[in-house]
Design a protein around this ligand. Structure first.
Ligand code: NAD
Length: 250
């Protein structure tokens, strides 16, 4: 990745942070985008010894024009930022639905739009969209998230078709549950929605259908992202690399 510029959204925490560190470890110049300035500062400090660089950019992705502008000139785009809200449909706040779709579907569209002219110009580009098992499966009480991830899978495939003649691949990486704040934050909501105590949420709700009974680590997801940027993955496009401990084998 030496000489490559990569943009990672949601880079201040969780999977995005792991991706930024992994790509910088491979020598990339990483633009780390997030609305969390403190988290970005911590990431920058953590990346100091790595062969590549991490440059923080504080940005709220609901500012779609700014998101599109931020992607100009990148060789690798990792659409990762996301948020979860667990509520039955009849109680789901419409404004939260709108925000989830904006950050997790419309911003990726705008970032891809901003990145493509440079990628097409040089005949090479890599788009990696962090989707989820929820890009192909639904779970109750996650209407906005499931809708956004299903949409992201479609956007990613469309980018693959259009990008192919220009040397640009587009793929999803689709994890099951990963050990991050996004999962920790939903334990209480899941307990309330399912009417069970919080300590039973992991085994009875989140990992119920997962044969490998553990959470994935953010670094495992970052490894898949890095693979999709290697020459070995040049023929991989328009697909989803699933890391779900066997969940979707059911
Ligand atoms: P996380 O909450 O740890 O990190 C998400 C990051 O996105 C945060 O740093 C947050 O500040 C940033 N972000 C959120 N809204 C933003 C906005 N409007 N503008 C800029 N930045 C914003 O979450 P995570 O678990 O690392 O999730 C990262 C991605 O992985 C998401 O797309 C999520 O859907 C996906 N994913 C997560 C899991 C999981 O189990 N954790 C599983 C499958 C897919």
């Amino acid at each position: 990745m030496a000489g490559r510029t990569a943009l990672v959204t949601g880079a201040a925490a969780g999977i995005g942070r792991a991706c930024a560190l992994r790509l910088a470890a491979a020598g990339a110049r990483v633009r780390a985008v997030d609305r969390d300035a403190d988290g970005l500062r911590a990431l920058e400090a953590q990346a100091r010894e790595l062969p590549g660089t991490v440059r923080p950019q504080v940005l709220d992705l609901t500012d779609l024009d700014a998101a599109e502008a931020a992607a100009a000139g990148v060789d690798v785009l990792v659409n990762n930022a996301g948020l979860q809200h667990v509520r039955p449909l009849e109680d789901f706040p419409p404004e939260v639905f709108h925000t989830v779709l904006t950050v997790m579907l419309e911003a990726p569209f705008r970032l891809i739009r901003g990145a493509l002219p440079h990628m097409y110009g040089q005949g090479w580009g890599r788009i990696v969209n962090i989707s989820s098992v929820h890009g192909v499966r639904a779970s109750a009480f996650k209407s906005a998230y499931v809708a956004a991830k299903h949409g992201l899978e479609g956007l990613s495939k469309t980018a693959a078709l259009e990008g192919a003649p220009h040397g640009v691949t587009s793929n999803c990486v689709s994890p099951g549950y990963v050990r991050t704040a996004l999962v920790e934050r939903q334990i209480a909501d899941q307990a309330a929605a399912h009417g069970i105590p919080p300590e039973r949420v992991l085994s009875e709700v989140l990992l119920r259908d997962t044969p490998l009974k553990r959470l994935a680590e953010p670094e495992e997801v970052a490894e898949a992202v890095a693979y999709l940027c290697t020459p070995s993955a040049a023929f991989v496009t328009g697909t989803s690399l699933t890391l779900d401990g066997g969940w979707t084998a059911h």
